[in-house]
Design a protein around this ligand. Structure first.
Ligand code: SIN
Length: 198
């Protein structure tokens, strides 16, 4: 499958009749809502786990030096916390473009804090997309994030903003927080080396 999923997503008619509709964000969509919405509520989806396994060639990296961003990986008994937005159908054009580097529209049942549920659209990058990088040791992921930058800013900011947004949701995501710890340790190490060599 080509990395640019815009055309595939536009053909997904399953979402066409829903207006407004819920969109569930678990990555940058939690902390960067650059689109209008009618309502915003913390929510969770089951059987998916967040992983820094997707390459970013267009936002937090470049085609020559991709960064790493999150996607969802199926896992029985997992719960993924995120943010749900109620948006008008027209917003999908913007989101399809923003998430075009391998993400496909997927339908998932979301549960809100009050126990209510709704179906929501989630952008998921599956292993068959050309930008998928897959698993790597968390320290190695942190190293890649530390050196990556793209048109939307540094990969470091993506990681730190996501970690903070998850803390704000009282969510403990061991994978994200471990990568954050490695990144901050690398930076401390670099500062110490710079101070010594001087
Ligand atoms: C999302 O945030 O829901 C998708 C992944 C991303 O854009 O970081």
């Amino acid at each position: 499958m080509s990395a640019d999923t815009t055309a595939i997503n536009r053909q997904m008619t399953a979402f066409a009749s829903r207006d407004p509709l819920w969109v569930f964000g678990y990555g940058s969509l939690i902390f960067k809502a650059d689109f209008p919405y009618l309502e915003r509520r913390p929510a969770r989806i089951r059987h998916w786990v967040r992983r820094f396994w997707q390459g970013s060639h267009d936002h937090r990296g470049t085609p020559e030096a991709p960064g790493r961003v999150v996607t969802l990986v199926p896992q029985q008994d997992a719960v993924c916390e995120g943010m749900a937005y109620l948006v008008r159908q027209a917003v999908l054009e913007h989101l399809d473009f923003r998430e075009k580097n391998g993400y496909l529209r997927t339908l998932a049942e979301m549960t809100f804090a009050d126990g209510g549920t709704a179906e929501g659209l989630v952008y998921i990058a599956t292993p068959d997309n050309a930008a998928f990088l897959g698993p790597a040791p968390e320290e190695e992921i942190a190293r890649q994030i530390a050196r990556s930058v793209g048109p939307s800013g540094t990969n470091r900011d993506y990681l730190l903003q996501l970690a903070q947004a998850l803390r704000d949701l009282s969510e403990h995501d061991a994978h994200v927080f471990a990568i954050e710890r490695h990144l901050l340790a690398l930076e401390t190490q670099e500062r110490c080396t710079a101070a010594v060599t001087g």
